[in-house]
Design a protein around this ligand. Structure first.
Ligand SMILES: CC(C)(COP(=O)(O)OP(=O)(O)OC[C@H]1O[C@@H](n2cnc3c(N)ncnc32)[C@H](O)[C@@H]1OP(=O)(O)O)[C@@H](O)C(=O)NCCC(=O)NCCS
Length: 297
């Protein structure tokens, strides 16, 4: 495939994840660029099958530049949207400043447009890179407040482990059959990033509540930080906090809490990255939102 000027000597490849050496070359690029190991995904069934990677490779098979799109359906204000996420954007230092990234972005955007994606979403620490393509930053907020009255008796709860095969199988089933955690703004289905994010941050705890819901959470200084709730139904926050059985003084919910039968006060979320979106659907977002940290990509 022909590349952009500046890519002389490089091979442009797309949809290459089923080629193990090429996948491994992307793992190396992201390890070298961001110090993250996405090969951890191999133990959970591999990368998202909806991935549409675009990459430049040198003659030795080294991946020198990449930008990937993937399907990330969203619910916004109760409506389903066919949304595309973008991730794994990196260019090796020796190859920067020649237009490789611009070329890969344009190819990925053209592909998702041709495939009928109606909304584009990404997380970045370099918003200026994407503003020229019409992406807008949406400030994120956590929803904070006192814990609700606890439910009695406490519902059943037990810890889940990513290392336990039966737990992993159960988690996959619940993630595949999950109800959106919010009607206002939520991912409809995204299993691969949930597992990877749980792996990346050892402080994240996973608990099975009411035998049918995964609760992802952290607890620090009497504050319960609720990261995600995944299952066919979303229990009220009272059920969740009662099941976790912590000495909670304050709760921070990291997604709009409209399905939790509880209300919190929005407080600006200080993350390392900005949430950016483009597309008509993004214009319908009016109040404070947050993308669950378990869906971060
Ligand atoms: C950011 C990065 C991907 C750019 O790659 P590159 O191949 O040098 O970029 P290009 O030469 O294709 O430039 C594309 C455009 O981005 C702009 N750009 C480049 N680096 C930029 C930066 N750090 N911030 C804002 N804009 C930048 C260029 O000016 C160019 O603009 P133009 O299209 O209007 O001419 C590369 O520097 C990199 O891998 N950085 C570390 C990882 C990273 O930050 N990835 C992005 C994560 S969201």
């Amino acid at each position: 495939m022909t590349g952009t000027p500046g890519s002389e000597g490089l091979i442009l490849r797309q949809d290459y994840f089923n080629d193990p050496p090429a996948w491994s070359a992307l793992v190396d690029l992201l390890q070298d660029t961001f110090s993250i190991d996405i090969s951890l995904q191999d133990q959970f069934g591999g990368p998202d099958p909806s991935s549409m990677p675009f990459g430049y490779f040198d003659e030795t098979g080294r991946c020198v530049a990449n930008f990937s799109a993937f399907s990330m359906p969203l619910v916004i204000n109760g409506r389903f949207f066919k949304a595309a996420g973008y991730q794994s954007g990196a260019v090796r230092p020796d190859w920067r400043g020649r237009g490789l990234y611009r070329d890969l972005m344009q190819r990925a955007f053209a592909r998702t447009k041709a495939e009928g994606f109606e909304l584009d979403i990404l997380l970045t620490d370099k918003p200026a890179l994407y503003e020229r393509y019409g992406f807008r930053t949406f400030p994120q907020h956590v929803f904070a407040g006192p814990p609700p009255e606890t439910a009695e008796p406490p519902p059943p709860a037990r810890g889940l482990s990513l290392q336990d095969r039966d737990d992993l199988r159960l988690m996959k089933t619940l993630l595949q059959n999950r109800a959106p955690v919010s009607r206002r703004f939520a991912v409809v289905g995204q299993m691969e990033m949930f597992h990877l994010n749980a792996c990346f941050d050892r402080d994240i705890r996973l608990t099975l509540v009411t035998d049918a819901t995964i609760v992802a959470w952290k607890f620090h200084g009497h504050t319960l930080r609720l990261l995600d709730v995944a299952g066919p139904a979303i229990p009220p926050l009272a059920t969740i906090s009662s099941a976790l059985d912590l000495r909670t003084e304050r709760i921070e919910v990291c997604f709009p809490p409209d399905r939790l039968d509880w209300d919190g006060t929005p407080a600006p979320y200080q993350g390392y990255t900005s949430l950016m979106m483009r597309g008509d659907a993004a214009d319908n977002i009016d109040g404070p939102i947050m993308l669950s940290p378990m869906a971060e990509f």
